[in-house]
Design a protein around this ligand. Structure first.
Ligand SMILES: Cc1cc2nc3c(=O)[nH]c(=O)nc-3n(C[C@H](O)[C@H](O)[C@H](O)COP(=O)(O)OP(=O)(O)OC[C@H]3O[C@@H](n4cnc5c(N)ncnc54)[C@H](O)[C@@H]3O)c2cc1C
Ligand code: SF4
Length: 548
């Protein structure tokens, strides 16, 4: 069920850990400029909001979607739970248009982490200097070492459950919680990896393997992509938001930001947003955009004004450009034994072999791949759309459901200017121009996917799978579009997420990524948010925050 009216108001917000419970919440006046007004309560926005509030700043977070109560709202029903996804109209174009919806963006307090798969992986250190060390993409303005303490902080906050010795990356502290027992679908990956002589691991996941406060341990029912109804999942909704509220932040749910206002000096003064049937304006000393890689550039472009006719933070002309996604072609096989891949979180085993091995590749970039566990409706949809099965043929194939296993990679794509988010002429229900998302794979992207599909198929065969088939259409995650950098002419924001053009306008979400690497992005987004919060506090301490 999706609430129609805001729940976080009148000095209280839902307590996600109790049925019908409430938690006290600060109530800032619209006319009272808050230190930080954040648009979007997802991985980036919720983490930053929490850390800024804990550092003593006044914080309001605007969120377009509802404030979910997982214990009451989330049903074990694939269809009913589609309300978690951002499904407003968007135009898609390019040679390989990205299907938008449940596979890539969420709408609600907690953002896409409410229905994400909980995989918590760090970037390979060299990816932060991709151009200078690996010869492709762009360098980030920070190094792995800059982010390492914040990776640790995010892993600790999310109580990541992972193996004692994770095989890839620099030496690190052990994960806070023990790894989850790998399900049969994951053991297929393990068996195949061992036969082919490559490493594998239990996937580090943000669902607890032992009780944590009011979160019970994961019960392995596999509805993670449709909202976890037990709160075993450690998401922005269950981790950062409760902390943010306790520290004095205010969250306004069902509040759609439509425009950032700019004064004659070129400073942001606050945000116009739609809530409870009316447009309102919240004054702020600083504005942070954290709407993910489509809605963030959209808001900046929709906020064009006489001082900034190309849109905000866009003197470089780069806002919306260099969109990346993760290519997710699948390889699938039938097994004699029952696998029952729906049991447990969907991706319980991983190999990052091709993220850390550069020899033997006919492409640049990397990919990890994981075992899979699609629920029946999602699986039927894959069969219908990728193999054209329908009626009796679809029913026959679905009978094999419990005997299937497969792998899907998180395949890096190259950041290219022509892959972008622009504004279409059509408007949405708020009268705001909707985004147009244009995407085509490069030749390198295609070579990477062919390599992944061939290797995954080989591994499935090595594990005893047969009737192997593949599909090439899927993607996951949306990144880039407002990249960080060292140079105002080649980036949108600096290493702190601060706009080069408007000193009190910040970005803190997946759109910051100059390159997307071959792992799921949310741990890096949260680590970046923790770092940005610390940087902001240091800037404030030295009087270097330029407030409106
Ligand atoms: C099915 C699925 C599985 C995934 N699995 C994983 C995984 O296992 N591991 C991993 O690392 N990542 C995973 N991801 C990706 C991860 O969830 C996202 O990359 C991450 O949440 C993005 O963080 P963000 O802060 O950029 O945006 P989000 O978390 O999406 O948050 C953005 C928020 O901003 C709000 N918003 C946008 N525009 C406005 C506006 N104008 N006004 C008000 N609010 C606005 C949105 O409603 C949303 O709540 C998965 C994603 C999906 C969809
Ligand atoms: S498998 Fe675990 S994390 Fe996923 S929905 Fe069930 S209890 Fe939540």
């Amino acid at each position: 069920m999706s609430p129609e009216t805001p729940r976080a108001k009148d000095g209280r917000a839902p307590d996600v850990f109790s049925r019908g419970g409430w938690t006290p919440m600060r109530d800032y006046a619209l006319s009272e400029p808050v230190d930080f007004l954040i648009v979007g309560a997802g991985a980036g926005g919720a983490t930053l909001g929490c850390r800024l509030a804990e550092n003593g700043f006044s914080v309001v977070i605007l969120e377009a979607g509802p404030f979910w109560r997982p214990l009451e709202d989330f049903a074990s029903d694939e269809l009913a739970q589609q309300t978690l996804f951002w499904t407003d109209d968007r135009l898609i174009a390019g040679d390989d248009p990205i299907a938008l919806g449940g596979n890539n963006s969420g709408r609600g307090v907690g953002g896409s982490t409410v229905h994400y798969s909980m995989i918590a992986l760090r970037f390979r250190p060299e990816w932060f200097k991709c151009r200078s060390q690996l010869g492709y993409g762009f360098d980030w303005p920070i190094t792995y070492d800059d982010l390492a303490p914040y990776y640790e902080e995010a892993e600790e906050a999310l109580k990541v459950a992972g193996p004692v010795n994770y095989p890839w990356g620099p030496p690190r502290r052990r994960y806070p919680y023990r790894p989850h027992e790998v399900n049969a679908a994951g053991l297929v990956l393990a068996r195949g990896a061992e036969k082919l002589g490559v490493g594998w691991a239990a996937t580090p996941l943000t669902t607890v393997s032992a009780p944590r406060g009011k979160s019970p341990p994961c019960v392995y029912r596999g509805f993670c992509n449709y909202g976890c109804s037990t709160n075993a999942k450690q998401s922005a909704l269950t981790v950062w938001i409760p902390r943010a509220l306790r520290a004095g932040a205010q969250v306004r749910d069902l509040a759609m930001a439509g425009r950032i206002d700019i004064d004659p000096r070129g400073r942001a003064t606050g945000v116009e947003y739609f809530r409870e049937g009316a447009w309102r304006f919240q004054h702020a000393r600083n504005v942070v955009v954290a709407g993910y890689a489509i809605e963030t550039p959209r808001l900046l472009l929709n906020s064009a004004c006489p001082l900034f006719p190309k849109g905000l933070a866009n003197s470089s002309g780069l806002v919306g450009t260099h969109l990346t996604t993760h290519a997710g072609p699948g390889a699938w096989a039938t097994f004699d034994e029952a696998i029952r891949w729906y049991k447990g979180p969907p991706n319980m085993a991983v190999t990052e072999h091709w993220n850390y091995t550069d020899q033997g590749k006919d492409f640049v970039g990397g990919y990890a791949f994981m075992s899979q566990g699609p629920l029946p409706m999602a699986w039927a949809q894959t069969l219908a759309t990728t193999r054209g099965l329908w009626g009796a043929a679809l029913r026959d194939e679905m009978r094999k459901y419990n005997h299937m296993a497969g792998f899907v990679p998180v395949g890096e794509t190259e950041p290219r200017a022509q892959n972008c988010v622009t504004l279409a002429d059509d408007v949405d229900q708020y009268g705001l121009r909707i985004p147009k998302v244009i995407f085509s794979y490069s030749e390198n992207d295609k070579r990477l996917q062919r390599h992944a599909v061939a290797f995954m198929s080989e591994m499935l065969a090595a594990a005893g799978g047969y009737d192997i088939w593949t599909n090439f259409k899927d993607t996951s995650h949306l990144l880039g579009t407002c990249r960080m950098g060292d140079d105002p002419t080649t980036s949108v924001v600096d290493a702190d997420g601060r706009s080069w053009d408007i000193p009190n306008l910040w970005i803190c979400d997946g759109s910051l990524f100059p390159t997307c690497g071959g792992v799921n992005p949310s741990l890096t987004i949260q680590a970046l948010a923790c770092r940005i919060a610390d940087r902001i506090s240091r800037l404030a301490a030295t009087g270097s925050l330029a407030s409106a």
